[in-house]
Design a protein around this ligand. Structure first.
Ligand code: ZN
Length: 483
């Protein structure tokens, strides 16, 4: 960029006119040879590399630089003169311009390389095509991949975001909403809201024409970094889960997306939200029941027993407490618990003590088409001087879950389609004092329902996973689809 800026010095008018005439006389079609598709990368924020502006930005189809403007003395115009790079695509309209002439390149959608470029910037889909997904494809760099099963590689650890983006991309009604949304492409690229940024990423995840078999989520991450800083203000002692965890991001996403579009809000509520009945009764009431009651006492009992229908996005399951494990233990040493046992919390018969001298029981009332279960591995588990004070990744509950691939709940058949798995890594101790907590990262396992194969996707790779080995992962979230 430094070199480029240096070359932006005013050009003498003679040289300028001479070059301008020479460039203008070249015929249109030969300009296609100046396109170097291998150098084009559209996963980054669409800002000019010279002016840092996001208004009216073009991509040079020869070298891939993002540059503003096309009128005289704009960065794109000067770049075309300096380097004899001729074709530029506008990120908002996807129209191609010839510079420095500043004329429209009329391709009428008939030139395949230009269609490919448009698809790389903003993939579009037809309904019939989606019904054939996932589909085996070759990327432009000749690598095989399966649409929908691509890794989102980021420069920082953003696995708590990318796992949820992939999960959303595999919830069919949400996927179809984004893939079939017929917006003007200009609007999508022009208005940078969360829905558009997420939608573009989901459309790239399912694109059969990727440049490489992986995608950078940087455009969405940059947007989130700018717009969602204020959400992360809790102090470590107030935390009960890792700050960067998929659940918090999932709930933020649902909350934010519900505000931007009514159609999307309906899809989210219809497919992801269930209801439980929370019945609470005062322990005082219980004592009264054992004694003869007069009419006045009966009224009190009635007032103290209440049922509240409560919506939920995630069904939280507590794990039985377990001893803190030492490093290097094998799977056989780790306690296991059956999913069915954990779910019994929601059958309405288990009472637990709640705040205000209350006994509380929970009963599933209605279940969504996509049921999200969260296993509570990070409770208030950090003890400082014998007092519970925040949480620690190292002290998390590592209990393994025995779960079936199919289950019946409230007379609905559910099939497991995704797992989000927690991984921890420890930082080497300094001077034998290991007071730095472990760090968390996340990966996702997704079932390809057309072949019943499982795929494990982390930020660097996609690999096939044996179904029999799935339960060995430290599952944190599961998504079950109703039949
Ligand atoms: Zn260029």
């Amino acid at each position: 960029m430094v070199e480029e800026k240096r070359k932006l010095n005013p050009i003498s008018s003679d040289t300028y006119n001479e070059r301008f005439k020479r460039l203008k006389s070249q015929p249109n079609l030969s300009m296609l040879d100046t396109i170097n598709i291998k150098l084009l990368d559209f996963d980054f924020d669409k800002v000019c590399c010279i002016s840092s502006s996001s208004i009216n930005v073009y991509c040079c189809l020869t070298c891939g630089k993002y540059l503003q403007g096309r009128l005289e003395n704009t960065p794109a115009f000067i770049h075309s003169l300096n380097f004899n790079h001729r074709l530029f695509i506008n990120f908002q309209t996807l129209k191609i311009y010839i510079l420095p002439d500043n004329t429209l390149f009329h391709d009428e959608g008939t030139i395949s390389v230009i269609n490919e470029i448009r698809h790389l910037i903003s993939p579009t889909f037809e309904e019939e095509e989606i019904s054939t997904f996932p589909k085996r494809c070759l990327s432009l760099n000749k690598k095989e991949y399966l649409t929908g099963f691509v890794n989102l590689n980021s420069t920082s650890d953003t696995s708590y975001i990318t796992t949820i983006v992939l999960a959303f991309a595999h919830i069919t009604p949400i996927r179809d909403y984004f893939l079939l949304k017929k917006d003007d492409v200009g609007d999508i690229l022009k208005s940078p809201n969360l829905e558009n940024k997420l939608g573009l990423l989901i459309r790239k995840i399912w694109s059969p024409q990727l440049a490489k078999p992986h995608i950078s989520p940087n455009e969405l991450i940059d947007y989130l970094n700018i717009h969602q800083k204020s959400n992360n203000e809790s102090t470590p002692s107030q935390q009960t889960v890792p700050l960067k965890n998929p659940t918090t991001f999932l709930l933020t996403l649902i909350h934010q997306l519900s505000k931007t579009s009514n159609n999307l809000k309906t899809i989210l509520f219809e497919n992801l939200q269930g209801k439980i009945d929370i019945k609470s009764s005062s322990t005082v009431t219980k004592n009264i029941i054992d004694q003869p009651v007069d009419d006045e006492s009966k009224k009190k009992i009635k007032a103290k027993n209440k049922i509240v229908h409560t919506p939920f996005w995630l069904l939280k399951l507590e794990l039985p407490s377990m001893p803190i494990l030492k490093k290097g233990l094998k799977a056989d040493d780790i306690p296991r618990v059956k999913l069915g046992t954990l779910l019994s919390k929601y059958n309405g018969t288990v009472s637990t003590h709640a705040a205000g001298n209350q006994l509380r029981s929970l009963k599933l009332k209605s279940l969504p088409n996509y049921l999200i279960i969260q296993y509570d591995r990070f409770k208030n588990n950090l003890h400082v001087n014998g007092i519970k004070n925040g949480f620690s990744v190292r002290n998390r509950n590592q209990t393994l879950i025995d779960y079936p691939m199919k289950m019946k709940l409230l007379n609905r058949e559910y099939q497991l389609i995704m797992n989000i798995i927690h991984k921890s890594s420890s930082i080497p101790a300094l001077n034998n004092v290991n007071d730095i907590d472990d760090t968390s990262s996340w990966l996702i396992q997704i079932n390809d329902e057309t072949t019943d194969e499982w795929w494990e996707i982390n930020e660097r790779s996609v690999s096939r996973k044996e179904k029999q080995l799935l339960f060995l992962g430290e599952v944190f979230l599961q998504i079950w689809r109703a039949k």
